[in-house]
Design a protein around this ligand. Structure first.
Ligand code: ADP
Length: 322
């Protein structure tokens, strides 16, 4: 076997095997700790397969948040809608929020089925140029609690990236679970040979949300995931009648703006609270199409323009991966 060193013990399982460093014959071998650490294992072949698959996807954007409930899925959905507003662009939204997949409902495709074809799983189309794939399509009921262990989650993410028939895409938007979990590591690892444009981080103005966002930022820097910028959601409330703005969730520590200054990041924009956003999402309609002139819709569009500009400049703005 090519990966058995010349000084290996008699029954060496091979440095790149699953058993490396773990069998009884490894006991006493000077390489045991190295092998057991996994550092000698061959990389998962899926990484290269995914890189080949992703050659037809121009831009890949991950949407992250430190906490749940800050509007990450809502933002992902509106980013996808806004990008697909240009009928010349092909857009897909992938929901890997395995424990709380809300994208099918927000996109108005709850209860749809994905089909298996010769070229992989076919995503569900919301518009001719807007495809959606979510773990939610694979559950028997939207209320099914998905309590999956790490390897199963990883397997599903691998399948989503490798086996979905995305076709040629301009943008793939990935809605990830809150926090930094196995799923984030999987996504970053599986896309490591396929360029990721970067991450957009969603927060509310409050320090409790910002605290977790700082952890998210450190995670991105550790795994060398470029950060496109930060979006402050639920940032003030513009009264639809008198147009006055009130701070429903006041920022005690300077909000996302101060954090971005401190951490040298771009603040992509602030999206105000608007109860009609929740209503549109519950009805599976695009808020951008329903209330195009509202302050929140204008804010979404401005943020999306900044993200497009970042992607088109190939990462010369914002934070670089190195
Ligand atoms: P997350 O993905 O971070 O868990 P969601 O996108 O599911 O959060 O949003 C949580 C709730 O907040 C949803 O009911 C959503 O409709 C609502 N929401 C999100 N952004 C806004 C906003 N700017 N104004 C009003 N409601 C919002």
């Amino acid at each position: 076997m090519a990966d058995v060193p010349s000084d290996a013990p008699q029954h060496c399982p091979g440095t790149s095997s699953e058993q490396a460093g773990k069998t009884s014959s490894c006991q006493g071998c000077p390489n045991q700790n190295l092998c057991a650490s996994g550092a000698t294992k061959a990389p998962d072949p899926a990484i290269e397969e995914i890189a080949v698959k992703m050659l037809s996807v121009k831009h890949k954007i991950l949407v992250l948040s430190g906490k749940g409930g800050v509007g990450k899925s809502t933002f992902s959905a509106h980013l996808a809608h806004a990008l697909a507003g240009d009928s010349n662009k092909e857009v897909a939204l992938l929901d890997v929020d395995i424990c709380g997949p809300s994208i099918p409902r927000i996109m108005g495709v709850e209860g749809e089925q994905v089909h298996q074809s010769g070229s992989g799983w076919s995503p569900v189309y919301v518009e001719d140029n807007l495809a959606v794939m979510s773990i939610g399509f694979l559950l028997s009921s939207p209320d099914d609690a998905v309590i999956w262990r790490g390897p199963k989650k990883n397997g599903m993410i691998k399948q989503f990236l490798r086996d979905v028939d995305w076709g040629d895409l301009d943008y793939l938007v990935v809605d990830t679970p809150p926090g930094t979990s196995d799923e984030h590591l999987s996504i970053v690892q599986y896309l490591s040979s396929a360029h990721i444009d970067g991450a957009v981080i969603i927060t509310t103005p409050q320090e409790v949300s910002l605290q977790d966002v700082r952890k998210e930022i450190r995670f991105c820097r550790k795994v060398k995931l470029p950060i496109i910028g930060v979006v402050e959601n639920m940032s003030g409330f513009v009264c639809p009648k008198c147009k006055n703005t009130s701070e429903i969730f006041p920022s005690t520590t300077g909000g996302a703006e101060r954090m971005c200054e401190e951490m040298n990041l771009t603040l992509l924009g602030r999206i105000p609270l608007d109860p009609r956003i929740g209503k549109s999402c519950d009805e599976g309609k695009s808020f951008l199409a329903e209330f195009p002139e509202s302050p929140a819709a204008l804010a979404y569009r401005s943020v999306v323009q900044s993200i497009q500009a970042y992607c088109l400049s190939e990462g010369t703005q914002g934070e670089s991966a190195d």
